[in-house]
Ligand binder design. Structure first.
Ligand SMILES: Cc1cc2nc3c(=O)[nH]c(=O)nc-3n(C[C@H](O)[C@H](O)[C@H](O)COP(=O)(O)OP(=O)(O)OC[C@H]3O[C@@H](n4cnc5c(N)ncnc54)[C@H](O)[C@@H]3O)c2cc1C
Ligand SMILES: NC(=O)c1ccc[n+]([C@@H]2O[C@H](COP(=O)([O-])OP(=O)(O)OC[C@H]3O[C@@H](n4cnc5c(N)ncnc54)[C@H](O)[C@@H]3O)[C@@H](O)[C@H]2O)c1
Length: 472
């Protein structure tokens, strides 16, 4: 057995763990990084990157079908699903060197391709190694949750891990779960030529503002995706190529392939957390506002910390933990400034509080401003007029923003900055936005907020009248 003493031990080389390891090593800390599977974790290998690459193929196919609106003859695309998967693999391969063992070793990180588990509050076993670290960061991520649906263990099904290996286009894809994974893959497969049925137990895209989610869902339905809401999948049957799903409202849906996308399970099972006195919750590892676990020397970040599960959240956590573990500075994770985007078309993006949350948490004085894409000239020119921006305001400052529409994910960056910098709506309205850009939506929604105050105020009208009388 080989003993290792180090400043920082990071378990898991996904989005969060890699960011901690890179940051800490470059600041001079001695860092050991454990990874038991693929460098880059879920985002690179099974999540964000492959899904966005496939979505792009689907978008091109969709654009070909819809070219007539721009004066180009529409064509029925000949989709080669296997080639699309090659494109997906190619994109992963292009990005992989950034997350590779070689790159991290080049940064001075000691990378061990082993599974880590606690043997005491201060020691981690990994293969033949016994590691003692001043601080430990758990960044072990999450895995697809496989629900206890009757018959599921006897029927072949796909998850976000196996989907990328599928080479033949599903004839009829049944998706259980109408969250971001389910909806992104449902629309992409419909655009690639599959029949698609989504079975959602509650409300599809249920974590987003319902007013905007509705607009996105209508668009996806308009492309031919069947979305059944309020129906739990209760029983699965059939065999490869002929699958059936029974639902709580008495339907039976038949298809060729089944994708299970009903949420995530935190990867805690193999860590022997009890040996280190680390407690868990229903969703992951229990952490305080500074991301410390119930063992003060151990932090948990990213998906395994059981909060919002996004790559940028894991990266945000990583920055806080490096600050705390290396410099002993206080760190406090805020959820109020964390955006997310669902990459269906139209994109659905959000940051901060929804209208309902703001009204519940802040009570009186919450105001809402809206502006439609249809009033944006760039959106008109490009025929992307479906969509809206909605900003929730409290005491003159935005506390939340939601956007549904073309490139909503790009535009939410603006509001993420506004919330993080505690900007006022006055600051937003004073900006000059180039014409014609979609970004004008941000200024115009601020205009929509101020317009009634300016144009419908009798006091303003009186003051203007008085001043005009005195002006030479
Ligand atoms: C289909 C899909 C699409 C997604 N799209 C997006 C998106 O567009 N944008 C976005 O922001 N987020 C997206 N996400 C979420 C994003 O992938 C995750 O939030 C992110 O990967 C979490 O990073 P992490 O570092 O916490 O965990 P991971 O990236 O999961 O990394 C954890 C790593 O730890 C390793 N590990 C686990 N246990 C051990 C152990 N005991 N010892 C050693 N190693 C261990 C694992 O092998 C893994 O490599 C998507 C997720 C999915 C599934
Ligand atoms: N664009 C992005 O950033 C992106 C994309 C994909 C995934 N992700 C991350 O991955 C996480 C997991 O995504 P997800 O879509 O698997 O989970 P999710 O928890 O967001 O959605 C799962 C859905 O499945 C439904 N469900 C659960 N059991 C069911 C059953 N038996 N029958 C029918 N419906 C059922 C739930 O009501 C829920 O709406 C997301 O929350 C997100 O953090 C992010």
């Amino acid at each position: 057995m080989q003993r290792i003493r180090t400043d920082l031990l990071v378990i898991g080389a996904g989005s969060g763990g890699l960011s901690v390891a890179a940051g800490a090593a470059q600041m001079g800390a001695d860092v050991v990084l454990l990874e038991r599977h693929k460098m880059g974790g879920d985002c690179l290998n099974y999540g964000c990157v492959p899904s966005k690459a496939l979505i792009q193929t689907a978008r091109v196919a969709h654009a070909m079908r819809g070219a007539a609106q721009y004066g180009i003859a529409a064509v029925a695309p000949q989709v080669d699903y296997a080639a699309a998967k090659d494109h997906v693999a190619g994109v992963i391969a292009e990005i992989a060197p950034i997350d590779s063992q070689e790159r991290f070793e080049g940064l001075g990180v000691r990378v061990l391709r082993e599974s880590g588990r606690f043997v005491s509050p201060t020691e981690v076993a990994a293969g033949d190694h016994r590691i003692t670290a001043r601080r430990v960061v758990l960044a072990t991520g999450s895995s697809p949750l496989v629900p206890p649906i009757e018959g599921l263990d006897e029927v072949p099904y796909l998850t976000n891990e196996s989907l990328w290996d599928l080479r033949e286009l599903p004839g009829h894809l049944i998706v259980i779960g109408g969250g971001p994974i389910g909806m992104e893959m449902a629309q992409a497969h419909r655009r690639l030529g599959s029949e698609v049925t989504v079975i959602e137990g509650a409300k599809a895209l249920g974590k987003d503002d319902p007013e905007l989610a509705q607009i996105a869902l209508e668009a996806v339905r308009g492309e031919g995706v069947e979305i059944i809401e309020g129906a739990q999948a209760t029983r699965v049957g059939g065999s490869a190529g002929a699958v059936t799903v029974e639902t709580s409202d008495g339907r039976t849906v038949a298809g060729t392939h089944l994708l299970v996308a009903v949420g995530r399970r935190a990867n805690t099972a193999d860590l022997d957390l009890e040996a280190a006195g680390i407690e868990t919750t229903r969703t992951g590892i229990k952490v305080d506002a500074g991301l410390r676990t119930t063992n003060r020397r151990v932090y948990a970040i990213g998906d395994v910390a059981g909060g919002l599960q996004f790559t940028h959240v894991a990266n945000y956590h990583a920055g806080l933990v490096v600050r705390s573990a290396l410099f002993g500075l206080p760190a406090r994770a805020s959820t109020r400034i964390l955006p997310w985007v669902t990459y269906i078309e139209p994109e659905l993006a959000h940051v901060g509080l929804t209208e309902a949350q703001a009204k519940k948490e802040l009570g009186m004085g919450v105001e809402v401003a809206r502006f439609d894409y249809a009033h944006n000239d760039r959106a008109q020119a490009e025929r992307h007029t479906r969509g809206m921006i909605k900003v929730v305001i409290h005491r003159g400052r935005p506390v939340g923003a939601s956007i549904v529409g073309h490139q909503a994910g790009e535009h939410i960056n603006f509001w993420a900055y506004a919330l993080a910098s505690k900007a006022r709506m006055r600051d937003v309205s004073s900006m000059v936005s180039p014409y014609p850009t979609y970004g004008e939506l941000n200024k115009r929604v601020a205009g929509a907020y101020f317009s009634p105050k300016l144009f419908e105020s009798s006091a303003v009208k009186r003051v203007v009248g008085l001043i005009q009388r005195w002006l030479p």
